[in-house]
Ligand binder design. Structure first.
Ligand SMILES: Cc1cc2nc3c(=O)[nH]c(=O)nc-3n(C[C@H](O)[C@H](O)[C@H](O)COP(=O)(O)O)c2cc1C
Ligand code: SF4
Length: 652
């Protein structure tokens, strides 16, 4: 009997039977071009369907011209969209996977301009959104009718394309939620006022969709059961709306999530980062489930099949969204069903290449699985016609990925790691507060390399002699980086440590500590948090506008909340000039003026890294083919190291 008796049981959603309880929730991929499905998006979804997902919900699609919240949003406003959706439906159906589409209007939540000018945003009322600083225009009755019509016609086009269902996106503070929310909807016409009238917009939208598609398609609602914002939709309001629509008999399912686009605190929950507990939205889902008669779907940091099975067993949901879990490992359902649990590459919630790329306007991917979003190029592994002897130097993420892919392709691969454990800088990164899960990256990549047949040798420092003895045809260097020490003046005998020393357990003196953070990434924030939790008064002095400036915004914003709660003082826009026994001398990066910080007992430097490139130089004139990947090329992040490992190994 399967280890997952509930997860692999079919689920009926209205007229559709979904083969199992794992679904990919709607997520913007930035893959479409010109607002249409293209080959990249087709292959992206084909990979998830082939990997065993029961249901793929295709990303938000704008139902009206005023719905363009980014410059690359998918649109369902004319019939030209039908062909692309049909290709996705056919590709997924061929693997037994159902396909729904999301019908979307962001209302006031306009994230990007189309041409550099700010468009007019529309909402129920002229209540500004805090996160994007947009003041919308209240929708006229005529425009409401146009938008409602857009939902209906969009649903009709999805039906014509052969999709199995449509989902009205009322989650995350988007337009239908703006109408529901009494703090955002201040109208006094038929669409505002008491709960019934605030529900009217959503009611007419769902009715327009239903009258277009009848009972042949599943019609669902996505809603945040708690927007987790100071003026967001409350659980009572959200559950009441679901119950009312359910008693109308209007819905075939409810898809529960949390958070809101409108605030920093709320938006963290659109794609909750590692600091947020696994499966934390399930109590919200259970509250909705208690109030409706139709199946309830939910997701949010469910990254392993065991977690999903437990949720089903407890009766909190009927199906589990495992969105990033499938971005990270499209084969997760097949592996779970076959009992190959050790092979599952679990998402660690880093948000770097998935939602991180989306926010920067690039196609989504995964730091652990850079094949995601690049299916056209790396979707199929080509075996080599000429097996070669490959030595990889360095057991961090870049080296492990190179070893895994080269071995999978049929090469003879040995990896040498100087330390007695694999991982490189990830071993330190996982020591940052709330980042323990990050170590999973190494467990996953090492497992992949071993299963592919690569030999992993630890405690051996590679040098040119070893490369010669190994008779390597190719050397892949992945020797990583070490902390960078920028020059600065010292006087007296101040205590100055670097972040790596602190993470490895060296304690600065009690009292006040200045953390001087050049890169504005995880390290400065993490060290500051760690020291504050150990009783130090911390000044976090950053070279940018704010700590975490380089981080994905949900990771950064939830961390900024933590350091605010801990009372950490932030000094922005400064570079280090000098340190004496009790003072740190900084220089403002814009004005050039001196900024003195007195009463300091210790200083911790987080000044970025420099490449460990000695072996690269020593092998420069060797007759062997040499490639370098990751930080030893130039210090960056795990994402670039793993991608370069893939690129090099795929080219051999
Ligand atoms: C890159 C990315 C884009 C997203 N865009 C959407 C979207 O278009 N519509 C939506 O309802 N949710 C969107 N989400 C939220 C996901 O549907 C899902 O709720 C979220 O990833 C949390 O679930 P998970 O922990 O299983 O990944 C997006 C998530 C990601 C990672
Ligand atoms: S980039 Fe990070 S959060 Fe995104 S899918 Fe990959 S492991 Fe998960």
């Amino acid at each position: 009997m399967s280890q997952f008796p509930r997860l692999f049981t079919p689920l009926r959603i209205g007229p559709v039977v979904v083969r199992n309880r794992i679904f990919s929730a709607g997520h913007d991929t930035t893959l479409p071009t010109d607002g249409r499905v293209n080959d990249a998006l087709l292959e992206y979804h084909r990979a998830r369907a082939a990997g065993g997902a029961g249901l793929v919900i295709v990303q938000v699609a704008g139902v009206h011209e005023s719905a363009r919240y980014t410059s690359h949003i998918l649109m369902v406003t004319d019939d030209a969209c039908i062909g692309g959706y049909r290709r996705v439906a056919d590709a997924c159906h061929a693997h037994g996977c159902a396909v729904f589409g999301q019908l979307f209007h962001p209302g006031r939540e306009i994230m990007e301009s189309q041409d550099g000018t700010a468009p007019v945003a529309y909402s129920a009322s002229a209540v500004p959104t805090e996160r994007f600083h947009v003041t919308p225009r209240p929708l006229s009755r005529r425009m409401i009718a146009e938008i409602v019509d857009g939902y209906g016609r969009g649903a009709g086009r999805m039906q014509a394309a052969g999709l199995d269902g449509v989902e009205v996106v009322a989650s995350h503070g988007y337009l239908p939620a703006q109408f529901l929310n009494p703090r955002v909807n201040l109208r006094d016409d038929a669409y505002g006022g008491d709960g019934e009238r605030r529900l009217r917009f959503l009611r007419v939208v769902v009715a327009a969709v239903r009258s277009e598609v009848g009972d042949t398609l599943a019609v669902g609602l996505r809603i945040s059961a708690d927007e987790l914002s100071h003026d967001g939709l409350t659980p009572d309001e959200a559950v009441a709306a679901c119950a009312a629509l359910d008693s109308d008999g209007a819905l075939d399912y409810v898809n529960v999530t949390a958070g809101s686009s409108a605030t920093l605190a709320g938006s963290v929950h659109i794609v909750p980062p590692m600091a947020v507990a696994n499966a934390y939205t399930l109590p919200f889902a259970a509250a909705v489930k208690a109030a409706v008669s139709v199946p309830v779907l939910a997701g949010g940091r469910i990254n392993q099949p065991q977690e999903a099975e437990r949720a089903l067993e407890r009766g909190q949901v009927d199906a589990c969204g495992m969105t990033r879990a499938l971005i990270c490992d499209p084969e997760l359902p097949n592996k779970a069903e076959a009992g190959r649990l050790d092979e599952i590459r679990a998402c660690v919630g880093c948000n770097q290449a998935c939602i991180g790329h989306f926010h920067m306007g690039y196609p989504i991917s995964c730091i652990q699985h850079p094949e995601t979003g690049r299916e056209l190029r790396y979707g199929r592994r080509r075996m080599t016609a000429r097996a070669r002897r490959i030595v990889v130097v360095g057991g961090g993420p870049g080296g492990l990925k190179a070893a895994a892919i080269a071995a999978e392709r049929g090469h003879d691969v040995t990896l040498y790691e100087a330390e007695n454990r694999l991982g490189g800088q990830v071993n330190l990164a996982q020591l940052l507060p709330g980042r323990a899960e990050f170590g999973g990256v190494i467990a996953n990549l090492a497992g992949e390399a071993r299963r592919a047949g690569a030999q992993l040798v630890m405690g051996t420092r590679a040098d040119p002699d070893l490369v010669r003895r190994e008779r390597a045809d190719v050397v892949v260097l992945a020797t990583g980086a070490r902390p960078r020490r920028l020059p600065f003046e010292t006087e007296g005998d101040p205590c100055v440590l670097d972040a790596w020393q602190v993470l490895n357990g060296t304690e600065p003196p009690d009292g006040a500590v200045a953390v001087v953070d050049w890169r504005c990434d995880w390290v400065g924030l993490g060290v500051a948090e760690r020291l504050a939790r150990r009783g130090r008064r911390v000044h976090l002095c950053v070279n940018g506008y704010m700590p975490g400036q380089l981080l994905q915004q949900y990771v950064r914003d939830s961390w900024l909340a933590t350091i605010h709660r801990l009372g950490i003082d932030i000094v922005p826009l400064v570079r280090l000039r000098g340190v004496d026994d009790d003072t740190v001398y900084l220089e403002h990066t814009a004005s050039g003026e001196l900024v003195e910080l007195g009463g300091i007992d210790g200083v911790v430097l987080a000044q970025g890294h420099e490449s460990v490139a000695e072996l690269t130089e020593q092998l420069e004139d060797a007759s062997v083919e040499v490639h370098a990947v990751g930080d030893c090329l130039a210090p960056r992040t795990v994402e670039e190291a793993v991608l370069e490992g893939l690129e090099v190994a795929a080219s051999l």
